[in-house]
Ligand binder design. Sequence first.
Ligand code: GLU
Length: 471
Amino acid sequence: MTSSVVTRFAPSPTGMLHIGGARTALFNWAFAKANGGKMLLRIEDTDRARSTDESVAAILDGLSWLGIEWDGDPISQFARVARHKEVAEQLLAEGKAYRCYCSQDELAEMREKARAEGRPPRYDGTWRDRDPSEAPEGVNPVVRIKAPREGQIVVRDHVQGDVTFAAENLDDFIIMRSDGTPTYMHAVVVDDHDMGVTHIIRGDDHLTNAARQQVIFEAMGWPVPEMSHIPLIHGPDGAKLSKRHGALGAASYRAMGYLPDALCNYLARLGWAHGDDEIFSRDQLVEWFSLDGLNKAAARFDFKKLENLNAHYIRTSTPDALYAAMVPLAEELERPDDKAGLEAHRDTVLAALPELQPRAKTVVELIDGAQFIYQPRPLPLDEKAAGLLDDDARALIGRLASELTALSAWDHDTIDAAVRSFAEAEDLKLGKVAQPLRAALTGKAVSPGIFDVMLLIGQEETLARLGDIAV
Ligand code: GLU
């Protein structure tokens, strides 16, 4: 492959960057990078009623968060309307397209007739050969492409193989509407050509479009980019994942506490494979990525797998990188107390992270786990912690507090020895002391090692918290 590879990601800005779109973008990015090429970003904003600036911003934000970088400025499809018209004019001038003056009623009649005769409801080519001088007055025509009337259109697809469409099933479709705007089908081809796109990687819901687009490419004498139509992502039940499913935008995954590297790794495996490798870095993805690795079978989205992968990335990330994800996430989740606490206790949080990491599957769990560091007293107790602190346990905490007050040093070994000898004196197993102690010091039933917690918050705070609980 030469360095002339150009791919593109072409989202319609009518919502967030959904997870299927993110995967498409990732594959385009990886393929471009793997070949020293470029990935361009085209915003398909010709549907003015449904396209919004917020959606454009959400898509750019989602891509940036995922670390999927595009080359150059995003290209607005709508801004290229004049060029789409120009190409349509050229096709008209060359007799490869024609103006059609059929009214809605005539089209409806045509469909009805086709149906009655058991044919698919297609445009019958009325104006294909009719003389333009017969055009009715005052009717704004649409422009239709002259599609082949017989034979086959073969889409040579890298994933699907050769996909054959009978020409009779692809009628002379519209490339310019009567209001002078290009259809999506036409705009995509003109843009892909002008942008120098060499490879199209997108969802297989566009496979039929590919056949129609090929008709336009060929009418213009333009090379057809190499196509790869990837199977859509299915839900765990095998049903198609809905674009509109709110929980599935990239930003929702961020809000759920997934790391971009984990999500990219997961998405890459969802429809692409490199042997049995499940965990790989971005660099490895780029190194290994080839169109041959794209799967033909639909992948099923598996939350458990994503969560396990995320847990792996959390375990193996540096505290600094995780801290850098926790603070903005606390803000995004509108948890101002957490944001302020994390910022005010940065060093302690960083010191605690190696203890928190093995216990968390998401960044949200890291934030929850760090709360004991900065939450003001008296600490709120979650249900499990409250359950551990009955009257006996509170009395036990009171006796322990007295022992700990007496300690003149506060290091791991001293604390360890004091708590152990206290447990022995009480004739209790260490765990029987550690559990209520943990509940009292963190408000939770799960936390880093209890001696680490005591070291992290210090002797004074430890004693104060125990005092809040003791009876
Ligand atoms: N705008 C289309 C979509 O969001 C993609 C078009 C294409 O990739 O050709 O589904």
